[in-house]
Design a protein around this ligand. Structure first.
Ligand SMILES: Nc1ncnc2c1ncn2[C@@H]1O[C@H](COP(=O)(O)OP(=O)(O)O)[C@@H](O)[C@H]1O
Ligand SMILES: [Mg+2]
Length: 390
């Protein structure tokens, strides 16, 4: 998220300091400078904001704090959402309180220090990201994560994307499993480009570019594949995933993510954007134990019962070597949101045919997936009816 700053100070050294600091901050620039802090300062700053509406303000109030606070008040009256950082030598409790009441967002003590300035820029950037997410997130992101490999995460993500697309909702499946990249394979998609191509050209990210990169499933959803080469996967950073994820949620009704099993930075940046996190597990003992750790880690990262839903896959009613659903619920402190039956033949047949199991006539697994979607408010009946017409 770029940082843009309009700087007002009567002190040339103040301007030099800020310019120098921003020059070494990626994606940051000064979009306006004022050395004359005279009475019409707020009007001049508002004029700058017409040209660069995303800018924040850094206002040095040290020569005349009263006049500075008046300028703050005028600017906030004109643009209530404006982010204004005040700066001064004096930082009495009374002054800070007054500036806070007038809507000042931050305060930088003078003389300016590099570390404090850079912390203030991080706070500004985080603020901008929050606004960006709140204001523009339209679609929904559903992230499937597995407590270990092989529990059925990719199968679930692929079928969920298929069910969404069947509802005539614009849908993207994003494969974030850099180790396997199975999603494209399960759908029989050949792909030349991947997530790493988007990450490498992030400054040119637009719909046309994505259309050129994403593969398209016959059901109508798009697939943003994982790179096939490990070296390329390493180039993808959390910031890329965050920006690509935000872009997609703004433009699609649903973004379904095939997450992998490790809670790493890439996955965490996706979880931030996700409305629901489906934690996929089986009734095997190691899976349940991992799920316990996984839920703990998610809870520590701030994701509680509302956002996290357990999906038990390959359910066996009478598996002697399996953890029963009751034990599972007791161990994990949460009831499964959905339980999918163990139908290896149906799951494998779907993989061989490279079509999601929900598109295959009368399968028990397909039915269960449709009911799962219906429980989430996606109309499973409509999906089944559309299926029968085929
Ligand atoms: N409900 C199910 N019953 C039986 N086998 C399943 C089921 N769901 C998935 N599978 C099979 O389990 C294997 C692993 O599934 P996959 O989705 O690739 O898991 P993951 O992405 O967690 O590694 C695949 O062979 C898949 O066909
Ligand atoms: Mg997988």
């Amino acid at each position: 998220m770029p940082i843009q700053l309009i700087v007002a100070s009567s002190e040339p050294r103040f301007h030099d300091f800020v310019r120098e600091q921003l020059a070494s901050t990626p994606n940051a620039e000064v979009t306006g400078e004022h050395e004359d802090l005279g009475p019409n300062l707020s009007a001049r700053i508002l004029h700058d904001l017409n040209l660069n509406p995303q800018s924040a303000i850094l206002l040095d109030i040290s020569p005349d704090p009263e006049q500075g606070l008046r300028a703050l008040e005028q600017m906030k009256l004109a643009i209530p959402g404006l982010y204004v950082i005040l700066s001064g030598f004096e930082s009495s409790e009374e002054l800070l309180l007054r500036s806070m009441r007038l809507g000042g967002a931050d305060f930088l003590q003078q003389p300016l220090k590099r570390a404090e300035f850079s912390d203030a820029m991080i706070r500004l950037e985080e603020h901008a990201q929050r606004i960006h997410r709140q204001g523009r997130q339209i679609g929904r992101m559903y992230t499937f994560v597995g407590v270990k490999g092989g529990v059925g995460t990719t199968t679930a993500a692929v079928n969920f994307a298929a069910l969404y697309a069947r509802q005539n909702k614009s849908t993207v499946l994003m494969d974030l499993d850099m180790d396997s990249g199975d999603a494209a394979c399960y759908l029989g998609l050949r792909h030349q480009y991947s997530l790493s191509d988007v990450a490498e050209n992030l400054d040119q990210l637009d719909q046309a570019m994505l259309d050129g990169i994403m593969a398209r499933d016959p059901l109508g959803f798009s697939v943003l594949c994982a790179p096939e080469e490990v070296e390329k996967s390493r180039l993808i950073a959390e910031q890329h995933v965050r920006e690509i994820g935000s872009f997609l949620t703004e433009r699609y009704d649903a973004v379904v993510v095939d997450g992998s099993h490790a809670i790493d930075d890439l996955l965490l940046s996706c979880l931030e954007l996700s409305e629901t996190i489906f934690v996929v597990l089986t009734q095997e003992f190691p899976a349940v134990r991992n799920a316990q750790h996984y839920l703990g880690a998610l809870a520590r990262a701030g994701y509680g019962h509302e956002a996290v839903k357990l999906v038990v896959n390959r359910h066996e009613k009478r598996g002697l070597l399996h953890v029963s659903l009751e034990q599972l619920q007791q161990t994990l402190g949460a009831a499964p949101f959905w339980v999918l039956p163990n139908r290896y033949d149906e799951a494998m047949q779907a993989v061989h045919e490279a079509r999601p199991v929900v598109t295959r006539g009368n399968t028990e697994l397909g039915r269960s997936y449709r009911d799962f979607a219906r429980k989430l408010g996606l109309d499973g009946q409509a999906v089944a009816a559309a299926q029968q017409k085929k």
